[in-house]
Write a protein that binds this ligand. Structure first.
Ligand code: NAD
Length: 442
């Protein structure tokens, strides 16, 4: 097969969000010529202007370096980008429908647009997280719209990067999954990923359908692991045990592993909530119930209420007289992503109780202010805590890991901490005069 030289290869990435932008910047860093396409003209204008629309550590530097080297371009012109490319990645959103199934309309629309733009042979690769069967659907859409003389292969290459450490994850993945039955497309994709495969990164080569399922299975497993420790944390609250010792005692067993055993207010973000629901929905639509995944979802839904219970206990009634301060709004540190953030859901619930809310976050205030209009946003933890009856630690940004408890007590009206991320030492907080509740802490 006429395998191209990856260095000279042109690729197009449709959808310039978290995944598309990081993927584009990292492939450009490998020497590939990349065109990032988005229908959002404002986003593209920002990127052309040398600015980055999301907060992801190191991404601005990587994009600027490759922009200067002429290896990464930004455009709204999908057709021109497809013409230049041998490989076209679909990296658009797959948000949830109300019934839990993923809304695939962006993927389908892009597939039709790519098909209409085809002018020769291209490999069409789905990087978006999609249910098993979507590759087939893309193939059908493309066959309908593809001009005479053009040809294509369809592949699945799910993405496993984590926001906040996305570049490192892309550059040093634990595996690459390529679902593709066509040998020519397979060879082209192996060539594209050669800089990683050559360093020993394992490649899982399988069918399109199986690759699609691997992504959902991985996210669902991790989400279930989080729900498992969260459920145990609630039991620890009742038993007087310390969940951090339980997690450590479990995690040192290499069959279990210590990652994803940190109790908190429930998993959030743009992936775990939607992907668990999508997998459960996929199973049900094939007359199968993934009972463990469904239990993980139910536990996660209950966590917000459990956290609100702790907050209510510490505030005491009447709530309308009370002021709370919230530290952290994003679903995890080192990202500006507020999608399905437990902190945001809990903030809204606190407001519904009639509690006055002050909040801060290192990066997300501008967007949070549009979603929580009646919250006072503050610069730092101490300004947030000023006059409060309760301080809620909702996201474990490093900034909140070594709080000056004396200073906090001085500025607060009533010294109390709801530590939803277990970043404080409970004994230290109590010694400093705080009423303190963590998640499953003794
Ligand atoms: P995103 O919402 O940040 O970005 C999607 C982009 O696609 C947007 O900029 C949107 O304007 C653009 N888009 C939509 N329709 C388009 C069209 N017709 N033409 C051009 N651009 C179009 O989404 P994301 O977080 O990057 O996620 C993308 C996919 O990757 C999802 O399926 C998600 O589940 C999956 N994924 C996300 C992550 C993550 O951490 N965010 C990790 C792995 C996989």
């Amino acid at each position: 097969f006429p395998v191209s030289d990856a260095i000279a290869m042109h690729i197009a990435i449709i959808g310039t969000g978290y995944v598309g932008l990081v993927t584009g910047a990292c492939f450009a860093e490998f020497g590939v010529n990349v065109t990032c396409v988005d229908k959002d003209a404002a986003k593209i204008a920002l990127l052309e202007d040398g600015r980055v629309p999301i907060y992801e550590p190191g991404l601005d530097v990587l994009i600027e370096k490759n922009r200067r080297a002429g290896r990464i371009h930004f455009t709204t012109d999908l057709k021109a980008a497809v013409h230049r490319a041998l490989v076209v990645f679909i990296a658009v959103g797959t948000p949830p429908n109300p019934d839990g199934s993923p809304d695939l309309s962006q993927v389908e629309a892009v597939a039709a647009q790519i098909a209409e733009a085809l002018d020769g042979y291209k490999v069409i690769v789905t990087k978006s997280t999609v249910p098993t069967g979507t590759g087939q659907a893309i193939r059908r859409v493309m066959e309908e719209c593809c001009p005479a003389g053009a040809s294509f292969s369809v592949a699945s290459n799910p993405e496993f990067l984590r926001e906040g450490d996305a570049i490192n994850d892309f550059m040093h993945p634990e595996r690459i999954v390529i679902g593709c039955e066509d040998p020519q497309a397979n060879a082209i994709l192996r060539d594209l990923y050669a800089p990683l495969i050559q360093t020993g990164v394992p490649l899982v080569a399988t069918t399109v359908e199986t690759a699609e399922l691997i992504k959902y299975a991985s996210n669902a497993f991790l989400a279930v692991k989080i729900s498992f420790i969260n459920d145990l944390a609630l039991l620890c609250d009742r038993l007087g045990c310390d969940v951090l010792d339980v997690a450590r005692g479990m995690g040192l067993d290499s069959r279990i592993g210590s990652k994803f055993l940190s109790p908190g207010p429930g998993y959030g973000g743009s992936c775990f909530p939607k992907d668990t629901r999508a997998l459960a929905h996929l199973a049900r639509s094939h007359q199968h119930r993934l009972r463990i995944v469904e239990a993980g979802i139910a536990i996660n839904d209950d966590m917000h209420e459990a956290m609100l219970g702790k907050i209510k206990t510490l505030l005491g009634e009447p709530y309308t007289d009370k002021v709370a301060g919230m530290l952290g709004l994003t679903f995890k540190p080192e990202t500006s992503d507020l999608r399905e953030s437990p902190a945001m859901a809990i903030a809204a619930a606190i407001r519904r109780l009639g509690v006055t809310l002050r909040a801060s976050d290192p990066v997300a205030i501008p967007e949070a202010a549009t979603l929580l209009p009646d919250v006072t946003f503050c610069e730092d933890p101490y300004e947030t805590a000023a006059g409060c009856d309760l301080l809620i630690i909702a996201t474990e940004w490093n900034l909140y890991r070594r709080l000056d408890l004396e200073r906090l007590r001085e500025v607060m009206r009533t010294p109390a901490i709801a530590d939803l991320r277990n970043v404080c030492d409970p004994m230290q907080a109590r010694r400093a005069g705080f009423r303190y509740l963590g998640v499953g802490r003794r």
